[in-house]
Design a protein around this ligand. Structure first.
Ligand SMILES: [Zn+2]
Length: 261
């Protein structure tokens, strides 16, 4: 089943968020496509619970997810979701949202907690996405734990319930990160992967497909129908590979520096 990953929904996103943003019009059209084709959006926790218990899923299940917590999710996506009665999941980086816990560093104008509560009241599940959006697999143990617990506790304080689902910033996780996410009380977590999600991927590595500014109507239909996902994302994989090489080089440099010290 397709798990769609959105970021910002905006008419004029800034440069940092542009590529992974969608326009409000494109988002409305995409939700129209889901409705026309008989898809039923679930929350992440709803999907995981059904998979765990063996309860049957609706005919054409899909997940609509938003990462980071951009303000446009409230302004533009919420009315569209409400019109269709669609469930969704918003994964918040708690230190990026406007208000008491703001650590700075957000890429664009973010939601405040009243808006997050309105989204929750309208049927969006609020999940965790770390506190300051670091690459979790690069963090030492204490910092990793802090990122997860701080995020969990702030969401619990602000919404009155602990978050159940998590999304890895940049999609990065390894065995250690997944174990810490489980220990922090999250029951399931989403990666990136750019393929359809399957139960066999396990609850802590469910894959999502990226919807971006350049995703045209036809490509969107192919994505949700699970056709040609591999081809659409061949370019992404090349990019990811390139980035992984940069990261490796950086790690080697860091190690070398440490040995020198
Ligand atoms: Zn993110």
């Amino acid at each position: 089943m397709p798990i769609l990953m959105y970021h910002s929904v905006a008419h004029a996103p800034n440069e940092a968020t542009h590529e992974l943003s969608v326009s409000p019009d494109a988002f409305a059209l995409q939700m129209e496509v889901l409705a026309e084709r008989g898809f039923t959006p679930l929350t992440t926790a709803g999907l995981a619970a059904a998979w765990r218990s063996g309860r049957p899923l609706p005919e054409r299940p899909v997940l609509v997810t938003f990462d980071d917590g951009y303000e446009g999710v409230h302004r533009y996506a919420l009315p569209v979701l409400a019109k269709h009665g669609f469930a969704s999941t918003l994964f918040v980086s708690t230190g990026w949202l406007r208000g008491a816990h703001d650590t700075g560093g957000a890429l664009d104008f973010m939601l405040d907690w009243d808006q997050v509560r309105e989204l929750a009241a309208a049927g969006a599940e609020i999940g965790g996405h770390s506190h300051t959006h670091p690459e979790l697999d690069q963090l030492p143990g204490a910092e990793l734990r802090h990122e997860l617990r701080r995020c969990r506790d702030i969401v619990a304080d602000e919404l009155g319930a602990r978050p159940l689902s998590f999304a890895y910033p940049y999609g990065y996780s390894d065995r250690r990160v997944r174990a810490r996410v489980r220990e922090a009380g999250f029951a399931q977590a989403l990666a990136v992967g750019n393929s359809l999600a399957r139960r066999g991927q396990g609850p802590y590595a469910l894959r999502r497909v990226t919807v971006r500014r350049a995703t045209g109507a036809e490509e969107f239909e192919r994505l949700v129908e699970g056709r040609a996902v591999a081809r659409v994302f061949a370019r992404d994989r090349a990019l990811t590979k390139g980035y992984a090489m940069v990261r490796r080089a950086r790690q080697i440099r860091r190690k070398a520096m440490r040995t020198r010290v």
